[in-house]
Design a protein around this ligand. Structure first.
Ligand SMILES: Nc1ncnc2c1ncn2[C@@H]1O[C@H](COP(=O)(O)OP(=O)(O)OP(=O)(O)O)[C@@H](O)[C@H]1O
Ligand SMILES: [Mg+2]
Length: 330
């Protein structure tokens, strides 16, 4: 099994200057994306739980404070020029609002020609157009209705698909999709999720799907990582985690959420949000070394003042909660 990208025991702390407030965005987080088995993994957690931080680490946009980010088992910082170029092609991102990445003064063609040129995918202008038109068709767009237009002349769904086409041009092995559906209406949400699934099944691309929304995470992914304040609460195959959650946090989340109705796909978003009465962010300091969930947990006990490790409770499953220490030892 070859590992494409791996975060190994990474932590990220922001604001380490003298006067800035310290925020621990991520604590001792590990995750690996396998190259041979393209999977969709959902990263789920409430606002501020560290999801985008993980995305930025994986993309090499920020360095970890501790731990390592590896591409094919090699730290990003040690990649040669060619390896770095390959990394840039292998790992692509789809942003929440594709409108933001377009320059409104350029036709959408620009956003597509740029990667073709940068990656040297074509030797002539005609060849570039051919490559681009082919990719647009692959994502269900008619090149004649798409090229030659400005971003605002396309619908939200078309803009999203152009983004997908843009990512696809470079034949990536992994696409990180950070909240791709949070700002869109139900029908566009379904289209985008369908696109992500297609990227996975037809093109063999792994997807890291970042979301607040447990319903779509359940619908679309095979694996799930539930984050709570920069820590993995639990992680495993999506069906057992959602149907029989082990961590008290996941149990609370899922208990407050009706199970998705399989006939009503992607219609209602079930948002993971922090309760508005939550004063804990203030009371718990960045350096608190115990379980991050202890102050909200109905099962909190004395030993929760020590941070729980990830207990393995099944072959594909871990949970960071002391309730499982005996089960895991057995
Ligand atoms: N550049 C930064 N400087 C300081 N703090 C930061 C920075 N980026 C993120 N943070 C903090 O790190 C924590 C995690 O942020 P992150 O953006 O990863 O959360 P998220 O899970 O993506 O949230 P959301 O669902 O709102 O997008 C937050 O407390 C955030 O305020
Ligand atoms: Mg985010």
């Amino acid at each position: 099994m070859a590992t494409l990208v791996e975060l190994r025991n990474t932590s990220k702390t922001f604001g380490t200057g003298w006067f800035s407030r310290k925020t621990v965005a991520l604590r001792d987080f590990s995750m690996a994306v396998d190259e041979d088995e393209p999977t969709i993994t959902a990263l789920v957690g409430e606002s501020g739980s560290g999801k985008t931080t993980i995305a930025r680490l994986i993309l090499g946009l920020i360095p970890p404070t501790t731990g390592e980010v590896l591409y094919r088992d090699k730290p990003l910082l040690e990649l040669s020029r060619t390896e770095r170029q390959q990394f840039r092609r292998d790992v692509q991102v789809i942003f929440q609002d594709p409108f933001e990445v377009y320059n409104p003064f350029y036709k959408v063609d620009h956003a597509l020609h740029l990667p073709v040129r940068k990656a040297g995918l074509a030797s002539s202008r005609d060849e570039a157009v051919e490559v681009i038109e082919g990719t647009l068709r692959q994502v269900g767009l008619n090149p004649r209705d798409t090229l030659g237009r400005y971003p605002h002349q396309l619908s939200g769904g078309q803009r999203q698909r152009v983004m997908v086409a843009r990512a696809l041009l470079l034949s990536p092995k992994l696409i990180v999709a950070d909240e791709p559906v949070s700002m869109v209406d139900a029908s566009l949400r379904a289209t985008i999720l369908e696109n992500l699934r297609q990227l996975n099944t037809e093109f063999g691309i792994s997807i890291i799907y970042i979301t607040h929304d447990l319903t779509t995470a359940y619908e679309i992914s095979e694996k799930i990582v539930v984050l709570y304040r920069g820590v993995i609460a639990e992680q495993g195959d999506v069906v057992p985690v959602v149907q029989e959650p082990e961590h008290p946090y996941t149990q609370l989340l899922i208990g407050s959420i009706p199970m998705p109705d399989p006939d009503q796909k992607w219609q209602q978003g079930l948002e993971v949000v922090a309760p508005s009465t939550d004063a804990t962010a203030e009371t718990m300091t960045a350096d608190y070394a115990g379980c991050q969930f202890a102050d909200r947990c109905p099962h909190a006990m004395e030993m929760c003042s020590e941070s729980p490790p990830l207990y393995q409770t099944a072959s594909n499953r871990v949970v960071s909660c002391h309730l499982y220490r005996e089960e895991a030892a057995a």
